[in-house]
Design a protein. Sequence first.
Length: 372
Amino acid sequence: MTRRIPVASADLSGAEERYVLDAVRSSWISSTGAYVERFERSFAELCGTRSALGVVNGTLALHLALLTMDLRPGDEVLVPSLTYVATANTVRYCGAEPVFVDVDPDTWCIDPAKVERAVTRRTKGMIPVHLYGHPADMDPLNHVAATHGLWVVEDAAESHLARYRGRRTGSLARIGVFSFYGNKLLTSGEGGAVTLDDPALVHRARMLKGQGMDPDRRYFFPIVGYNYRMTNVAAALLCAQMERADAIVARRRAIFARYRERLAGIPGIGFQPVAPWAEPAPWLFCVTVEEKAFGRSRDGLMAVLAEAGVETRPFFIPVHRLPPYRRESAARGEELPVTDRLAASGLNLPTYNALSDDDVDLVAEAVRGARR
Ligand SMILES: Cc1ncc(COP(=O)(O)O)c(C=O)c1O
């Protein structure tokens, strides 16, 4: 039987086991503890923000960010459709409506030129997503937001340690949102964080994630809050991950460079663009398949790779095509040709620290050999 190469795999080879054991032995396993404090401090420092708050996962980090911005029923939020469904679902959690905007072919992120046209009287904010680790073009997006009095929340779930014009993602808007799911660059299995600067927003977000309790009066709840707190055990994993953040990024960058080299020149195979101002996070390596030139469709290539024991994943199905959203999107007359084209042609190749150079070569050869 051929060896199976997964699309992602967590690297827990540093101090992870020791820190988790330490948390367990200390019996600080809920949401109070030294690791939570250390994680929040270090992650804020890493992102270049004044504060970071640990939460249960990236989806709830998004929800917390939208609650903090006081998103209400009937409001609209501009989002890309080429994203993980949580970006839109959390808008719906608030009773608000996501309005989908096409992506820019040069970044695969929400297109600043198209955002302004989608603004209505009900629009309250926008959520640019740094898709597959590449930052959205934040300056023009922030400009449109300022012009129309909108807030911006960055969905940085996939872009740990990425930079936009020298600044880290997560520090480029009112609130940044991260996921630490098992396939992410930094992981705690499940986990998330919001990053922010404004002390008033930090105060509100802290209350909302802690059941709404008044920080100065125990068991007094002036607002309806939530329990979105990260555990000390998850934070212990993240503290260990962050110690190795540079090494993790370096290994993944090397994998990206090798894929690019080994896959270069295959007719019909395209790569994720990198804007001149971007330093993307090397999350999951992306390729696009142009069926005519390659001789197989994206799904055809995935099937051949699966036969060879190589696990891949297709790009996200556009959210405006999914049952909970397609009727509303069609009623607004949304047409998102770049999103549809990318979603139909893109896939992610295996990307994780323990992937060896030989594995990369094997995957690349399997892609090359699949051409007809
Ligand atoms: C763009 C994006 N937003 C939000 C999330 C949600 O994060 P989580 O899976 O931790 O809930 C993810 C995914 O994992 C994501 O890729």
